[in-house]
Design a binder for this molecule. Structure first.
Ligand code: NAD
Ligand code: DAO
Ligand code: ZN
Length: 369
């Protein structure tokens, strides 16, 4: 079928709106009509050419929501008409990783997904004879996309697509890191470094689980008001702290954070996030993705004395199980999404959303199909 899509032909070049040909679903796969997609920093990172694993030409996008319009042979978990969120982290419930219950990093389709292909090793997108790669297994910058059924979460039908698409990445990454990775306990002292599309969701996750002190750290004072609305109790601008930021935060928390979250992707900040944690038990969760080749460091004694360094991908969420629950939390008013969606555009306006992101003027832009 012919599908309108924003195609990334080359690194560093703007996306181009094209008509592409999409082949239908094969065994175990579903065809989804996307209704909305968020535009995330990771799409921008890949488009910029800085992502060493970036493949071109490709259809980017990994934060979508839509409706199943066709299913291939053998599909049992979803049917035509179901509302779904595509998952860049699938959940097969059968691989060693899924069965371990220790990780959400299902490996069932990992190798082909990393090559920009469907599990049978082919791409379903092309323009004439030119193959177009899939991206993160989702390719949501297209009106229609094909995914394996293990990579779609079925959600309730009254949830608005243009809001819950954000649960496909940013919301789940932030809230999940609090709930599933760190398992933050009520009464905790939490420090969140970076109050963007991810960090604000960490803040609201911390509030949801009953943290007492939620300190937000950002060099952009413009983030303070929104973070307060999401539950931040104290704001710290590192540029206004006279001396050592770590000491300042340890003093503010009277001994150190129970949990800290790095939501920037800066290896120097990752060190500060670990070292502001409480001796003996403080845990620091790295969410930010640092540039290729970067390394983290600290004095090993920081770990010997009980601080814990962890990472979190997609908030540690098991997509098919946890994403529908997060949609419920939104629909029940337990979490907010609407204020974070600062811009909404048609597919033709997608280029502008990257400009807004570069200027730090948006938190999340959504393309509504
Ligand atoms: P964003 O740009 O919206 O937010 C980053 C914030 O950090 C901004 O408000 C900025 O002002 C602030 N900041 C920058 N440098 C700072 C510094 N030195 N000290 C304090 N604040 C600083 O980005 P985002 O969309 O929230 O994404 C954050 C990171 O999370 C990115 O690296 C992204 O790639 C990553 N990410 C990770 C996952 C995962 O599963 N682990 C998923 C999605 C995104
Ligand atoms: O299993 O090795 C693997 C792949 C894990 C991918 C996790 C991605 C998490 C962070 C990337 C940012 C997503 C928008
Ligand atoms: Zn699996």
């Amino acid at each position: 079928m012919d599908v309108r899509a924003a195609v990334a032909f080359e690194a560093g070049k703007p996306l181009s709106i094209e008509t592409v040909q999409l082949e239908g679903p094969k065994a175990g796969e579903v065809l989804i009509e996307l209704k909305a997609t968020g535009v995330c920093h990771t799409d921008d990172y890949t488009l910029s050419g800085k992502d060493p694993e970036g493949l071109f030409p490709a259809i980017l996008g990994h934060e979508g929501a839509g409706i199943v319009v066709d299913v291939g042979p053998g599909v049992t978990s979803v049917k035509k008409g179901d509302h779904v969120i595509p998952l860049y982290t699938p959940e097969c419930r059968q691989c060693e990783y899924c069965l371990s219950r220790k990780t959400n990093l299902c490996q069932a389709i990992r190798s082909t997904q990393g090559q920009g292909l469907m599990p049978d090793g082919t791409s379903r997108f092309r323009i004439g004879n030119q193959r177009i790669h899939h991206y993160m297994g989702t390719s949501t910058f297209a009106q229609f996309t094909v995914l394996p059924e293990i990579a779609v979460a079925k959600i309730r039908e009254d949830a608005p697509f243009e809001k819950v698409c954000y649960i496909g990445c940013g919301v789940t990454t932030g809230i999940g890191a609090v709930v599933y990775t760190a398992k933050v306990t009520p009464g905790s002292k939490v420090v969140v470094f970076g109050l963007g599309g991810i960090g604000l969701n960490v803040v609201q996750g911390a509030r949801m689980v009953g943290a007492d002190m939620i300190i937000g750290v950002d060099i952009n004072p413009g983030r303070k008001e929104m973070a307060q609305r999401f539950g931040m109790t104290h704001f710290v601008n590192p540029r206004e702290v006279g001396g050592d930021l770590v000491k300042y935060l340890v003093d503010l928390t009277k001994g150190g954070a129970d949990y800290s979250f790095e939501c920037i992707g800066d290896v120097k900040v990752m060190r500060q996030a670990l070292e502001c944690c409480h001796k003996g038990w403080g845990e620091s969760i790295i969410i930010g993705v640092a540039a290729a080749g970067q390394e983290i460091s600290t004095r090993p004694f920081q770990l010997v004395t009980g601080r814990v360094w962890k990472g979190s991908a997609f908030g540690g969420a098991r997509g098919r199980t946890d994403v529908p629950k997060i949609v419920d939390w939104y629909m029940e008013g337990k979490i907010q999404i609407d204020p974070l969606i600062t811009h909404m555009v048609p597919l033709e306006g997608i280029g502008e959303t990257f400009d807004l992101m570069h200027r730090g003027q948006s938190i999340r832009s959504v393309v509504k199909y």
